[in-house]
Design a protein around this ligand. Structure first.
Ligand SMILES: [Zn+2]
Length: 509
């Protein structure tokens, strides 16, 4: 790495483009990504790939002119100085200070956005390699509390990992960061402290989901407990009304109006509190998403209309809303359900979202839903947010299956041992008994095994135990060795998602 620093030192007076070209030619066990080479005053800042880990390298003529804020080991060069640092929180903060485009921002005005998610902190480069070819903006950092606790990471770790990827890939076009599936104001605090501009508020603990299945009488009884003036308002505004949304109509009868008031009333009041809290913390620079996908009840169009209309009345501005769609959006496998019904409801959801604040529809558990991607692209006209998360982890598992079969077998065994415990955290229906015994699967057939829905779901939910301890250490070491293969596999995977979603290609420069 000192060789690279010496080479960089000789290029301090060159332009950034020339320095990149010349440093790219350096070969050896330690390398530098050309796109990561950036001029900063009299210094050069870049990210290198060492034999065991990536590192940050800052090179200048004298130690005194090294830019402020970076931490690491100082090396004297023949006629200059180099700082070699870890991809640490302090170095991420220094990058954001010196290169403001490496900080996340609100993507409120972006038509098409994709939530990338990266449980490993390694996926940003591969994701961006694909994303830069399409007219889409990435929410690179996207993690739920559940994922954070499984991976022992903090929101700040997730944002920092994305920040380094953005710097390394020289992605200057903006990226988002999403505190995903947060349920309380206390949950929001660490996400906001980490600079995340997007918050996905999960209302599943606030809504009265059981009321979806109640008899009308029971609903009316509970509705009767509401404030009389509120009852009167709901009746006069919704009962037997037909709402025109674009070229469609959504009818709401009395029973539906009462049911919606019972199911969603308190949850919507809570959404107001969260919206006000976000405003007090970030002014207007935030993206609030409401998610209903894990409520366990379908958000039918009449319910969505009620929610949208009531939010507007309460002054809440949404960036996006994730309904619970008909059919199954299980993790890591294709959509299961009636495609025609999905399309019919999606069209209505799009029109409702457009009529009541023009927010984006958000599709959760969006990885691998190949059969509905063309419908989503067409019906939304490209105005959507699609969340993927598990897919980047599964692609990593695929890289191990292809290149380190023995390690993959251990990961698989660990997943099987923990299946009972892990499946409580995710909605999946895979029966591990349908997975062939691993002893009967040849090494060369392991990548194919990972195409089986059962194996995908098993691996999808088991990242927590796999990434712990000694097994996790060997997994990360292998991922470092096969980082180029991971980048390429992710690029292909995202290309496939974005192409099927009908996202337009950008003109190559
Ligand atoms: Zn979700």
């Amino acid at each position: 790495m000192i060789n690279i620093a010496e080479s960089a030192l000789a290029l301090l007076k060159k332009s950034e483009a020339e320095a990149r070209k010349l440093l790219k030619k350096e070969s050896g066990p330690v390398s530098v990504a050309a796109s990561s080479v950036h001029k900063l005053g009299e210094a050069l800042v870049m990210i290198g790939q060492g034999t065991e880990r990536r590192f940050l390298l800052v090179v200048a003529d004298y130690p005194q002119v090294l830019p402020a804020g970076f931490e690491g080991e100082l090396h004297r060069l023949s006629d200059g100085a180099a700082l070699v640092g870890k991809l640490s929180a302090a170095n991420a903060a220094a990058l954001r200070r010196h290169f403001p485009w490496t900080a996340p921002s609100s993507l409120h005005d972006c038509r098409t956005t994709i939530g990338c998610g990266d449980r490993l902190g390694l996926a940003g480069r591969g994701q961006l390699a694909s994303i830069r070819k399409f007219k889409v903006k990435p929410v690179l950092a996207q993690q739920s509390k559940r994922e954070l606790s499984m991976t022992n990471r903090s929101f700040q770790d997730v944002v920092d990992a994305a920040c380094f990827s953005v710097f390394e890939a020289d992605w200057r076009e903006g990226w988002g960061a999403d505190g995903d599936h947060l349920k309380t104001i206390a949950d929001l605090e660490p996400a906001l402290a980490a600079g995340m501009p997007m918050v996905t508020l999960d209302l599943s603990d606030q809504i009265v989901a059981a009321a979806a299945a109640w008899e009308d009488g029971e609903v009316s009884e509970r509705f009767g407990d509401c404030d009389p003036a509120e009852q009167e308002r709901i009746r006069s505004e919704y009962e037997n009304q037909v709402f025109v949304v674009g070229e469609s109509e959504v009818a709401v009868d009395g029973a539906t109006a009462r049911r919606c008031a019972v199911m969603y009333g308190a949850a919507l009041d809570f959404a107001v509190k969260v919206f006000q809290y976000l405003k007090s913390k970030r002014g207007s620079d935030f993206d609030l998403e409401l998610s209903f996908d894990e409520t366990g009840v379908e958000t039918v169009p009449a319910h969505h209309l009620f929610i949208a209309r009531e939010l507007r009345k309460r002054g809440v501005e949404l960036a996006s809303l994730a309904p619970c769609f008909p059919g199954e959006f299980q993790k890591g496998v294709d959509y299961r359900g009636n495609l025609a019904e999905f399309e019919r409801q999606l069209r209505l959801h799009v029109r409702i979202a457009h009529a009541y604040g023009d927010y984006k529809l958000s599709i959760h558990s969006g990885s691998d839903k190949f059969s509905v991607f063309p419908i989503i692209g067409r019906e939304t006209g490209g105005r959507f947010h699609l969340k993927t998360a598990g897919t980047s982890w599964l692609v990593a598992a695929g890289v191990i299956a292809a290149h380190e079969p023995a390690l993959y077998r251990e990961m698989h065994r660990c997943a099987l041992e923990n299946f009972g415990r892990m499946k409580q955290f995710y909605h999946i229906t895979a029966d591990p008994a349908r997975i062939p015994a691993l002893e009967a699967v040849a090494d060369t057939a392991l990548p194919e095994l990972l195409e089986l829905p059962e194996e995908r779901q098993l691996m999808h939910i088991s990242y927590g135990p796999i990434l712990q301890g000694e097994l996790g250490g060997r997994f990360f070491a292998a991922m470092h060795r096969f980082s180029k293969e991971y980048d390429a596999a992710l690029e292909r995977w995202f290309d496939r998602h974005l192409s099927l979603l009908g996202v337009g290609k950008r003109q190559c420069k």
